[in-house]
Structures are given as structure tokens and as C-alpha cells.
Write a new protein. Sequence first.
Length: 503
Amino acid sequence: MSLAGLDVGTSTCKGLLFSAGGRRLAAAHVEYPLSFPQVGWVELDADLVWQAVQTILGRLAHRAAEIGDPLRAVAFSASGDEAVPVDTTGRVLDSCIMSMDSRTADLVAWWDSEIGGERVHELTGLPLAPNWPLLRLMWLRSHKPQVFSAASQMLCWEDLMLARLTGQAVTDHSLASRTMAFDIRRREWSKEILDRALIPSTMFPRSVPPGTVVGEVSAAKAGQLGLNRGVLVVAGGFDQAMAALGAGLLTPGDAVVGTGTWEALTVLTPSPTVTPLLRAGGYSCGCYVAGDAYYCMATNPGGGSVLRWFRDTFGQQEVETARQGGTDAFDILLRQLPDGPTGMLVLPHFEGSYTPWMDPGSAGAIVGLRLSTTKAGFVKALLEGITFELMENITRMQAAGVAVGELRATGGGARSPVWLQLKADITGRRVTGVAMEEAGCVAAACLAGVGAGVFRSIEEALARFVRIAEIYEPRPEVHEAYLGLFARYRGFYQAVRPLVAGR
């Protein structure tokens, strides 16, 4: 019997099909576009996401039937800060307001005055910010009352997919932790938060531990998608926590750095980490997707997006060479980077900053350019800036009492040996890659297998699926050289910020 794991992201849905032994059998992905109705607004049509999920499930099921290994169970990894209102029939009532949308900024100030950011952080693990689904729901009440009055529930991406596949709207503890309505210690919807918001708890679905069987794909839906009867649908979780699980993380102190469009650092903790230092830096905490653990997370929008900006703006030659040779332009750009520190400083805030500066108005900056600067040196400086931001987050987490061990690397950035070695050299930590890409899909397939009884435990599932690839050790002399540059980097933001204020 085969297992499917789907990763529902902000611009792409990906799916992988595995054998019970952990062998990859098939892959599929579908992209969908964001829309920008006005300045500061970012939306996504939920029906496009649902169509993508159906397409991927259909493709994976077809492949499973072809090879005679019928699909047994499916679970989801899902982007965590988005939700949509649905009516009693499950019909989506409005476009999904995306994480990077800023329309609910005024509600942050309201919450700060009503209950205070410290109390919100203590209960929910989340710093006050405009991107949580509870605030989106409150915004709908004020600005689209007809949508709010017709809404029966507010469903995150996973919840919506589970409801449409099984007829039951269910969420999991890790995704519930991203709504600002969930008590992460009690692992239940927070009466205090919802009472203050004047939102009934029934507006959010029942929450269960990841790995819980929600139900079977309905007979009607199975027929439409070409699935065999009796396919189990299992609760998955929040994509960053799922990426950590898919990299094999189970022990407090374990950490994963996922480098995609954004870069995220997720560190496992034995209990909620909600200290004043972490709250001030915007670090979120939530329920993990295995056992009773929690996670602490840092996010940087200037991850792979900065390198992509360089490729699209200055890398036409590499793009054309890659097209002719059937290779990847990023591989060409990273092939001949100089060794050691460049001496340049890059602030990777091309789309503002989240942790630790929490300043969406910040901008990118580059200093130290000389006539001798080469394209390769410029690219290396960009990678250094992104990795210094990672180091800043590690430093602040540790100062707040969060132990950070070696780093597992996932995402597109984990395909670059040069970048992984740079992470090791700058952070002074061992960095390990995993042999399987799409860690969120891997985790989802593992949880699907646990829920279906294919595996006796998540530990058994990970032993089948997760394999360590390369290991990168920090080079002491290079790390020492980078410490001096990092000391200068730590004052870079404060020096540059007044120059871009009011831009």
C-alpha cells in the first residue's frame, strides 16, 4: 500500500507518493497565482487551491494504480497563517487573505490596548501581528458583514481540504496554534481570547493531534478523483513544523533551517517558549507535530527570494546558459563563489523584516562595493547577508533560553553545497542535509502511515523515510573570520533604517 503527502503552499501545491518502505514512487505539483486587489492586500482564490489538490491527488492515485500499489492514506502539510470563511455547506465565501497582507494592522493596536501583547503571547505563543486568521475574521465582521454573517466556520488550508475530502471539518493542534485563537498549553481553543474577540469557539473546527485519522475519502469524491475506496485522510500540520519533522527532528534542541522563497528557522523545545525577549523579537511558538513537544520559529522573507531577484535582474547570461545546457541558473551562479568573507555587508530586507527586527518597512542595503567586486563576489555577499540574519536569530534565541543544536537543512537552498558550507562557517554549527527533498510532503506521508497503522510510531516512519545526506562542519579559521564581519552586521540595520524611513 502507498502513502501520499501533500504540501499546500502560498503559490504551489506539491505532492509525493511513497511506498510503505519509504521509496518515492511519484511526484506532482501545481502552481496558482496570488492577486493584489490594492496596495497592501494579497489574496488567493481558495477554489484554485482546491483544484490543485484534486489534480495532484488524481495524478498520484493514477500512478499508484499503474504500479499496483493502491493508495492507503493521505495527509497534508499546509501554510499556517491563512484561513477562509465557509458557510454551512462548506462553500468558500471570500478570497483567502494571505499572510503578507497588511489590512488588519489596526487590529493589532486594538488587541495591544485591550489585552496586551504579553498576554496574547503567553496564551497563544504568537506575537501580536496582522497576519493571524482570528484578526482576518474580525476584519470581515467590520468590513464585509455579509460574509461574516453567512460564515459558519473559519478554515485553514488543511481544514478545508479535510472537509472536502471527508465531509468533516477538522484541524490539528499545530495549525490551530497559528490562528491566535488557540491556547497552546491546554491545546484547545482559548475562551479568554475568543470572548474578547466576540467570536464563538464554534467558528473554528475541532482540533486533534497530528497523525489522527479524520475519516475516509467519501465515495463520491473517491470516484471523481480515481481513488480506490477506503483511502484514509489523516491530520497533518503546519508546514514549517512539518518540514522539521520531515528532516527527522524529534528532540528538544533539534533545529531545521528551511530555505525557500523565505528562510525559516524552527527549533524544538520541551515547553512553550514565550519569554519577553522572544516576544520583542517576534518569535512564535506553537504545538509541534509529534508528541508533546513545541517549537520556536524565526522567519526571514529575504531568503531565496533575494537570490532569485539577483538571477532575474542580473543573471540573464546564466539563465540562457542553463536553458541551452539543461541545467539550473542558480547552480551556475553559485558554482565559482570566492572562499572566505567578502568584506561586504548586505541587509537582506528586500521585502521588509520579520524576526528579529519586526519591521516591514525596512529595505535592503549593500555596502562595501568596490571596482574590484565581481559578480561572483556580489552573489556571495547576498548569501552572507541572508546567513547573518540566520545567525542573528540563533543568537537571540539562545539569549532567551532556547537551546539551538546542529542545523538540518531543507528547501531549495539545501541543494547548494556552497550555501550549506557557508551556513556552517558563519553559525559555527554542523549543518546536515537530508537525502529526500520536499520535507513537508515526507512528514505528511509519515503521519499518514502512522494514522493508517502502517507504522507503529512516528519514530519507525522516520527511520524508513529520512536519510542524512552530506554533513558540513564549520571550518574554525573561516568561522573566526566571519565573527568579525558578523559583529559589524549586528549594527547594520540600526545604521541603515533611518535612511529608508518614510520611503
